[in-house]
Design a protein around this ligand. Structure first.
Ligand code: HPA
Length: 236
């Protein structure tokens, strides 16, 4: 048991899928895992452990934003021995060719700041995905008839943004999409020799203002869970 996770030692699998929303963690565990059991409910941040095709898997919420994700990822890695962490979440498309519902695999994640930035001092650290996971996720998505976008994303500190100029620079530099968690996940994974990847679906499209319906969000979420599970275990 840690400050924010009530699981007993051994209750967390080495492979952890991390949606932002704890209720999505519950939904995914009940739908895709065999024998899911709730291993955390501290502060309503739900985590479940079960098996997928015989492999132990934990699906644990991260909450929204890097400070929240950082708390859970730190404890999952350092106290419970998580080794492969895959974020499954939504993002806002920043380029015209990235359409609503499209899949984005984050090769790198740019940020103004992360909970880790202070340790880098004058360095601009480049948080990057684990290549074996990235490659496997791209192949898995393509085998399902999807055409994932693979490239840089922007992990923003704000959803309600008062600095539109930052988005402008991201768009200008080819950044595919914006979300709020991946840069810190990649940084922590690098620090503790773990593997991490963010698999994202476009839920809103910044250039056009379009948004996904909740039914579409649910379908795309289920596609991401399946791709994340296949990816994690095709690379071990
Ligand atoms: N901004 C930040 N995070 C997001 C967005 C957005 O527009 N859409 C989905 N996650």
């Amino acid at each position: 048991m840690t400050i924010h996770i009530g699981a007993a030692p051994g209750d967390i699998a080495e492979t952890v899928l991390m949606p932002g929303d704890p209720l999505r963690a519950k939904w995914a565990a009940e739908r895709f895992l065999e024998n899911p059991r709730c291993v955390n409910e501290v502060r309503g941040m739900l985590g479940f452990t079960g098996t997928w095709q015989g492999h132990p898997v934990t699906i644990h919420g991260s909450g929204m934003g890097m400070p929240s994700l950082s708390i859970y990822a730190n404890e999952l890695i350092r106290d419970y021995g998580a080794k492969t962490l895959i974020r499954i979440g939504s993002c806002g498309a920043m380029q015209p060719q990235v359409a609503l519902r499209d899949l984005v695999l984050a090769m790198s994640a740019t940020a103004v700041s992360t909970p880790s930035s202070t340790i880098f001092r004058e360095l601009t650290y480049a948080p990057t995905a684990d290549f074996s996971l990235l490659e496997a996720a791209a192949a898995t998505a393509r085998a399902r008839g999807l055409a994932p976008h693979v490239g840089g994303i922007y992990s923003s500190d704000t959803f309600y943004d008062e600095r539109p100029d930052l988005d402008e620079q991201m768009v200008r530099h080819g950044i595919l999409a914006v979300e709020m968690e991946a840069a810190e996940l990649y940084t922590l994974a690098a620090r503790y020799q773990c593997r991490a990847l963010a698999i994202l679906t476009v839920s809103d499209h910044l250039p056009s203002g379009e948004r996904l319906s909740s039914a579409d969000r649910e379908q795309s979420f289920s596609d991401m869970v399946e791709i994340a599970l296949e990816t994690a275990f095709s690379t071990q």
